[in-house]
Design a protein around this ligand. Sequence first.
Ligand code: HEC
Ligand code: HEC
Ligand code: HEC
Ligand code: HEC
Ligand code: HEC
Length: 485
Amino acid sequence: MAKKNFLKTAVLSGLLFFLALTANAQQYILIGWNDLGMHCANKYFGKVAVLPPYNNIYAQIIKKQSGMPPQIMTTGFTIDYSIPYNTYSVGKTDFWTYAQQLFGLPNPLPPNIGLTGKGLTGVLDPNTGFFRAEGIPVTPFKDTNLTQEKPFQTIHLVAKNNGTTVSTTDCVIPVSNEIGCVSSGCHSSEQSILNGHETVPGFNTNGPVLCASCHGSPALGTTGDTINAKWFSYRIHDKHKSLLPANDINTCYKCHPGPNTRCLRDVMSQNQSNPLICQSCHGTMSTVASSIQAGRKPWVNEPSCGSTSCHGSNYAEETGKLYRNSKGHGGVFCSGCHGSPHAITPSREPNDNLQSINLQGHAGALRDCMVCHSTPPTGPGPHGLLYSGVHNIGSAIPENFRLYQNYPNPFNPSTKIKFDVASNAFVTLKVYNILGKEVATLVSQNLQPGTYEADWNAAEMNSGIYFARIVTEKYTENRKMILVK
Ligand code: HEC
Ligand code: HEC
Ligand code: HEC
Ligand code: HEC
Ligand code: HEC
């Protein structure tokens, strides 16, 4: 038994060692995200159909190259997707029973295949500078539990170059069935909703009814009709604008998912002193509706990070484009560094933060230049940020000063060194070789209380043992680090 355990440990640490080396020497980065922070879908389609199961995943492959800027790759690469533990949709929803009728399709949809021909596994389609899979018909139910919704499941992406895996990532494929017309306690049944349209000519009072077939919805590519039905978003928000309280997130959660899902989970909604709610950015139900009457196109004219009352022009989307369609620094999508709208990292949901944590060791926007760059960049990066060997990764005030073990370790050629600063202090963090000779200064400045991370790129150094040494007035500590080339 003891022997077996020892073997296991030996094999495991060998494996970890190997992983640490390969992870750090990785030449390609894969980033993936969902276009929206949440895709709602009905579960049952026999009466009222608001939205079909339909998710869109985007991804970019970035090549790290020594001495050169990173490069976004498409030609010669493929990206496969799969959703662990969620491999089928037929039976988790009755969509396939009604899809042909609802969407006027020439043929029935094959089982588990969505409106665009995508299944629950497949490949992303190449585009200029990115990949995309549109219309993945995912449901919120894992194969192992058909009753409890899991709205924040992950999708696994595998990038390959001529068939060989070069990088993988996991990001959230958000989906919820919490469209609460009946479950919110407002309508007694979906039939009662249909009954309201008896006077509309041609209306199928028995269902199934796709609301967007008469009421235009850019989400489904419909533009409205000639019988004065008007935009769906206008009708639904206008009709329900007396729902109270007007300025409460739970009013929106009566239809948008929802008291269980709580689709809004981004960094701004988590702000302790001023948590944003739907109305902070979109206005009340009345505003959502009246702005459409005043000319706003639903789904297309939405709030913007770059408006002067919010973050301003240094943080703006591309002119005339939505956040989700905009690219920023180096041609990387805003969502590639920050996450999807309503899920901007650091998010309340741990899965939204996985990618940033895997790539740079902590949640939040990709801000570590060395995630994509192989040589420290000398010019400005995203929003003018400069490369700095040290950055703040947490503002909670630590109880004590502390120097952590570097990560990864052993490493090649760069590693991260985390430390806590408990009170305002002048901090130096230097690296020494085995002979005690100083080889690098990573930090030499006044720092506010918080948790920091310094990068050490040892591309120019020889293999061997090095020491990180932190010195403040109150605290000194060393950590041994191993460079293996
Ligand atoms: C066959 C076309 C058609 C379909 C399908 C349809 N509607 Fe309508 N709807 C209309 C028309 C036309 C009006 C305007 C009626 C009027 O002005 O009297 C309307 C009005 C409305 C209104 C405003 C009613 C009011 O009293 O102010 C709402 C809300 C609404 N529809 C919701 C829905 C929902 C939800 C669905 C899907 C279950 C749906 N509609 C499907 C044609 C349709
Ligand atoms: C009575 C149900 C209901 C409530 C309550 C509700 N919504 Fe909606 N909302 C919908 C539906 C249905 C759609 C999809 C419309 C479509 O497909 O075009 C939608 C779409 C939207 C859109 C995208 C379309 C557009 O107009 O740009 C926004 C933004 C939005 N809602 C904001 C809100 C906010 C903010 C609240 C709370 C103040 C809210 N909604 C409350 C049902 C509701
Ligand atoms: C911090 C500001 C902010 C808050 C808070 C916010 N939204 Fe949004 N919302 C946006 C932005 C920005 C967009 C446009 C996204 C884009 O450009 O890709 C958007 C778009 C939408 C859309 C259109 C589809 C999409 O996701 O792009 C819907 C629906 C929506 N919001 C509903 C809501 C609801 C419901 C809430 C509250 C639960 C909410 N929003 C909270 C900023 C916000
Ligand atoms: C290469 C990664 C990257 C890209 C691409 C990127 N950002 Fe950022 N963004 C950052 C970093 C890093 C910060 C600094 C704050 C942080 O660490 O969260 C930031 C901060 C922000 C902020 C907050 C500013 C503030 O006032 O605190 C906004 C808003 C923002 N970005 C919007 C955008 C928009 C819109 C785009 C696309 C046009 C975009 N970003 C593209 C990395 C990126
Ligand atoms: C998510 C990936 C990513 C991150 C993180 C990132 N960059 Fe870049 N950067 C790129 C890409 C891709 C290019 C190349 C664009 C091109 O082909 O022109 C680039 C190009 C540059 C360039 C111009 C080319 C060069 O190397 O002189 C500078 C300067 C730069 N980045 C600085 C930074 C700085 C500073 C940071 C950190 C604060 C940073 N970048 C973070 C992806 C990234």
